[in-house]
Design a protein around this ligand. Structure first.
Ligand SMILES: [Fe+2]
Ligand SMILES: [Fe+2]
Length: 313
């Protein structure tokens, strides 16, 4: 059986459903909502000055921002790409004759729609007062950025660096889920944990599909297109490896909840700017230990290996 046929069979049998989450169970504000290891602020000196209550508030803010980030990536990048590929003549001509690929893309699209709904519901259930409507509150998205992202990812054959962005974020969800599994229910909110563990079931398959897209689209790029894509890949990924702006957006949210924290703004500003040199952070977020499949895949492509080394140095 081909890789794609196998993925499709698994998707038909195992794709998660919204009803798999226990939406009746209340979310517990006295517990963690995300593993500590994922919170960027916990890798800075700001943390030394926070009370336990403030640290927990930061944990909750990060958990909500992570949910928003998933919705953003799934709606505006992956599903935008899936829709646009179907309308791109060169892709249709070369690849869409394969019914297995067409089916796999449909599964991915449908599953991401379910995930986006699941993450919005999680945000609304956790903090209804923060989410009177579905809009991004904790990630730094401007209208211009949204327009730029949508424009770029609606041209997936011109900008196939999306294959790497997809692979990195799909594999990261597997790591998130592994961390959630480490935390007992007495410490971690059960619904947040359940959502992330369910998400991983579909994302492990999506990661396998992204690897197929890398093989299909990245290897065949002309030199000028490759240079353009490497530029975009590095610019895009730097926002995640060095979460400077997003950390300050979350810091603002923390100050709203705990105004005392404002006195550490200057320290926070300094600390987030040195994320690139914060080895512990980089090791915990973009390293072979966190993303073993991606780092193995990078080795097959010199240009991406070099780009990653530049971003991580
Ligand atoms: Fe997803
Ligand atoms: Fe996915």
């Amino acid at each position: 059986m081909s890789v794609l046929a196998n993925l499709n069979e698994q998707a038909r049998a195992k794709a998660i459903k919204l009803e798999d989450v226990d939406w009746e169970r209340p979310i517990d504000p006295s517990k963690l909502w995300v593993p500590w290891e994922l919170c960027p602020l916990s890798y800075t000196k700001v943390y030394d000055h926070l009370t336990e209550e403030e640290k927990l508030a930061d944990n909750h803010i990060y958990a909500l921002s992570l949910a928003e980030q998933f919705v953003f990536l799934e709606d505006n990048i992956l599903n935008q790409v899936m829709l646009s590929l179907r309308q791109t003549r060169s892709f249709k001509k070369q690849y869409l004759g394969d019914p297995e690929l067409s089916e796999a893309m449909q599964h991915l699209y449908d599953e991401e729609v379910v995930h986006a709904e699941m993450f919005w519901r999680l945000c609304e259930k956790a903090e209804p007062e923060t989410y009177p409507e579905r809009s991004y509150k904790l990630i730094p998205i401007t209208r211009f950025k949204l327009w730029a992202v949508r424009t770029i990812f609606s041209h997936p054959m011109l900008f196939p660096f999306w294959t790497w962005v997809g692979a990195l974020f799909e594999e990261k969800t597997i790591y998130f889920s592994r961390l959630y599994e480490k935390y007992p229910e007495s410490e971690m909110d059960a619904t947040f944990s359940q959502v992330h563990r369910l998400h991983m079931i579909d994302e492990a398959r999506h990661f396998a599909l992204e690897r197929e897209f890398v093989k299909m689209l990245w290897g065949k790029l002309s030199a000028p297109k490759r240079a353009l894509n490497l530029f975009f890949f590095k610019s895009f990924l730097k926002n995640f490896v060095h979460p400077i702006q997003s950390s300050m957006t979350r810091f603002d949210a923390l100050v709203k909840r705990h105004p005392r924290v404002e006195e550490y703004r200057a320290l926070a500003n300094r600390e987030v700017r040195i994320f690139p040199g914060n080895k512990k952070w980089v090791e915990a977020s973009f390293s072979p230990a966190v993303l073993p499949g991606c780092f193995k895949l990078f080795k097959q492509y010199d240009d991406i290996s070099k780009a990653m080394a530049e971003i991580l140095k």
